[in-house]
Design a binder for this molecule. Structure first.
Ligand code: FRU
Length: 474
């Protein structure tokens, strides 16, 4: 397909039914699909949106372009779950095409208000000269998952002095007032997070101030800001595009970063004693992570495994990208830990005792001294290599020979550093995605691989290993 702008933004009703049918047929032949990670039914999946708990169920939406594996006219597709592990896909719910969201229902968040769920999102609006006019919009969902849009934008224009890159509202409630954070690019090409406030979610929304979480320059644009709390400490998770390598060393095209503060001041919206900025994930493919403080007291997060401006080998099959497992965020010794939620243990089936592993396997290990090596090989002589160096506290993931390459111009290896000493890990393999958790989630390295081979075998050196087969649910 020649993905012209016209085709990418074609109104959904003008697509023939055969488009989705054809993609589904291709997907049925795919050997790259996933067994227990959220993936799009068809087309491209990007940012997680509206992660919430409503009507006794977890709710989550994905940014979706259903008609091909490109960024086009986006909708929010609804997923619900009882356990954060098994998700039901209800299809597109927040559709683009109205005056306030004509060219896409872009990223945003959700909050419970009385017996409804309120969505705040960015309406991507283009005029006939293709000039962008971002709107911050609202919509209600009732207990039958019926959606009603608010047709007047909640925030109609970017703040004075800012460009049309003004999006991804995160809605929060504090002391009976509502706040939202918006990612923004100032006219001087610097990235910022702006705070707005309202008495009721439908507005009026008024500008308060910029969020104060760093003295350093956060690139030219901040996407997907998320403020969450762990033990009252604020964590800002965000995507600072174009950030200097001196401020944040990163290998991916754009980083997904975070900053932790000692406390948060709701009067002037500042972090007290902000940490330095760090990468949320040391692997290849994590972006646009969405976090929220769940009513059960946990701080939960889920990441897009996929990067902007990046093509993936599965594009030819008409689908792209997936999500991470749902992770719980914790702070220990002032450091952020991310660990798949406990509910994932329901996926464990049985121990594997041979070196042949299923495409859905959890591998846990311990490296006590010197160097350890773990290799996941396929029957086509491909391999994903993970090496551990306990003396230097270094973990290295190498996907150079793991199959078709992704964004190889950004390197085919990634490294992560921990304190010297024994290294523990848990690796969740799901066919073409892996999530490697080091020292109980102190560091995480996530990535995709695209092997031709379909049989996996494990080889290891100086690693004590445990292998468990995981359930394939999709
Ligand atoms: C991040 C992003 C967001 C935007 C969405 C559009 O990946 O560019 O800033 O709202 O994707 O799909």
């Amino acid at each position: 397909t020649n993905w012209t702008t016209k085709l990418r933004y074609l109104p959904y009703k003008e697509w023939p039914d055969s488009q989705i049918k054809d993609i589904k047929q291709k997907i049925a032949q795919s050997h790259w699909r996933l067994g227990y990670h959220i993936q799009p039914t068809t087309g491209l999946l990007n940012d997680p949106n509206g992660f919430s708990y409503f009507n006794n169920q977890w709710h989550l939406f994905y940014q979706s372009f259903p008609y091909g594996s490109v960024h086009g006219l986006k909708n929010w597709t609804l997923l619900t779950s009882n356990d954060l592990v098994h998700w039901q896909d209800h299809g597109p719910l927040l559709l683009p095409g109205d005056k306030q969201d004509s060219h896409g229902t872009y990223s945003g968040s959700a909050i419970n208000v009385d017996d409804k769920l309120f969505l705040m999102y960015t309406g991507n609006v283009r005029d006939k000269d293709w000039v962008r006019h971002p709107k911050q919009d609202g919509a209600w969902i009732d207990k039958n998952n019926q959606l009603t849009k608010i047709t007047t934008p909640l925030i109609d224009q970017p703040r004075e002095g800012f460009t049309d890159h003004f999006r991804d509202p995160q809605i929060l409630k504090h002391d009976n007032k509502y706040y939202c954070l918006i990612g923004a690019r100032r006219k001087d090409d610097t990235g910022h997070v702006l705070v707005y406030q309202a008495e009721t979610v439908t507005g009026p929304w008024t500008y308060k101030t910029e969020l104060k979480f760093t003295d350093q320059k956060m690139g030219y644009m901040v996407e997907c800001p998320n403020l969450v709390f762990v033990d009252k400490k604020p964590i800002l998770i965000f995507c600072p595009q174009g950030i200097s390598q001196d401020v944040l060393k990163h290998d991916n095209i754009y980083p997904n970063a975070y900053i932790i503060g000692d406390s948060f001041d709701w009067d002037d919206f500042s972090f007290k004693n902000p940490s330095r900025i760090k990468n949320l994930d040391d692997g290849f493919d994590v972006y646009a992570t969405e976090g929220f403080n769940a009513p059960d007291g946990r701080t939960l997060a889920i990441s897009w495994i996929g990067l902007p401006d990046t093509t993936y080998p599965s594009d030819v099959e008409g689908w792209a990208n997936c999500y991470s497992l749902v992770k719980e965020l914790k702070i220990k010794d002032n450091q952020l830990y991310q660990i798949p939620v406990n509910e994932n243990s329901s996926l464990l089936k049985q121990k594997i005792t041979t070196d042949k592993i299923s495409p859905q396997t959890k591998i846990s290990g311990l490296i006590v001294n010197d160097e350890g090596l773990l290799t996941i090989k396929t029957d086509q002589a491909e391999e994903l290599q993970i090496s551990f160096d306990t003396n230097n506290g270094k973990i290295k993931v190498d996907r150079t020979k793991a199959g078709l390459l992704v964004a190889a111009d950004h390197g085919t290896t990634r490294e992560s550093i921990v304190d010297p000493g024994k290294i523990e890990f848990e690796l969740y393999l799901d066919n073409t995605v892996f999530e490697l958790y080091i020292n109980q989630g102190q560091k995480v390295l996530t990535g995709r691989i695209f092997p031709k081979g379909q049989q996996f075998r494990l080889a290891s050196k100086s690693v004590q290993l445990q292998k468990e087969q995981l359930e394939k649910i999709y």
